[in-house]
Design a protein. Structure first.
Length: 249
């Protein structure tokens, strides 16, 4: 395994207690970073700490759909760790699998709020902390669904498309600073988010992947580690595919 140099870097990973987030957290710790998991589930956060077993890993219980809470928690991290170098927007939900005509408005708002609005809130809040030190790496976890759109997953697809647009906009805004903003568009991986999907939808996603297998969380973590390192001093406002050949652009 290649270790990207994240020594003395302070990272926050939202939804970092399981799935993609936990894989990213583990890779960051192995690369020398100090990591703060942001998660809404304290039980899962405690399990993550036990699994990783590192003095460089802590957690905070954070509702990323609350801008006020985000600002409070960022200030706490800066106070305890001295700075914030890396921010990974990973927390999200799949939402229901149903047609647009039948999609409940309440469910739509829930998915958009967590998958898109929360990413905006976190980016808006963390940029001033990074700008003070003239250094930052933001990586937003989007999805191939945001580029191609999955049927019966309109809220999820729309939210991830929004994350891609936000990434490109913010990356261009910060291009003259030493702050890189990129996103990753993975195909599905076998994580607990599958529990929110129908078997029919899971089979549909697999059928669209030319490699005929799902992504590995470790592969995503490797890409995110590079994007979060000093080695990535040029790429910003960019979209990096991890789709097993599915992506068409």
């Amino acid at each position: 395994m290649i270790k990207f140099d994240l020594n003395n870097r302070v990272a926050i990973v939202t939804g970092g207690a399981q799935g993609f987030g936990l894989a990213i957290t583990e890779r960051f710790i192995e690369s020398g970073a100090k990591v703060v998991i942001w998660d809404i589930d304290e039980g899962e956060a405690k399990k993550a700490l036990e699994k990783v077993n590192s003095e460089n890993l802590t957690y905070q219980i954070v509702d990323v759909s609350s801008f006020e809470t985000i600002n409070e928690k960022l200030s706490e991290v800066e106070k305890s760790h001295g700075k914030i170098d890396i921010f990974i927007n990973n927390a999200g939900v799949a939402g229901m699998n149903t047609t647009v005509a039948e999609y409940p408005i309440e469910e739509w708002n829930k998915v958009i709020n967590l998958n898109l609005n929360a990413v905006f809130y976190c980016c808006k809040a963390v940029v001033p902390f990074m700008a003070k030190n003239d250094y930052g790496r933001i990586v937003n976890i989007a999805s191939i669904a945001g580029k191609e759109g999955n049927p019966n997953a309109s809220a999820y697809s729309t939210s991830k498309a929004g994350v891609i647009g936000l990434t490109k906009s913010l990356g261009k805004e910060l291009a003259q600073k030493n702050i890189a903003v990129n996103c990753v568009t993975p195909a599905a991986a076998k994580t607990r988010i599958f529990d929110q999907m129908t078997e029919e939808h899971i089979n549909y996603m697999l059928s669209k992947i030319p490699r005929n297998k799902f992504a590995k969380v470790e592969e995503l973590a490797s890409l995110v580690a590079w994007l979060s390192s000093e080695e990535n001093s040029f790429s910003t406002a960019a979209v990096f595919d991890l789709s097993g050949g599915r992506a068409t652009y």
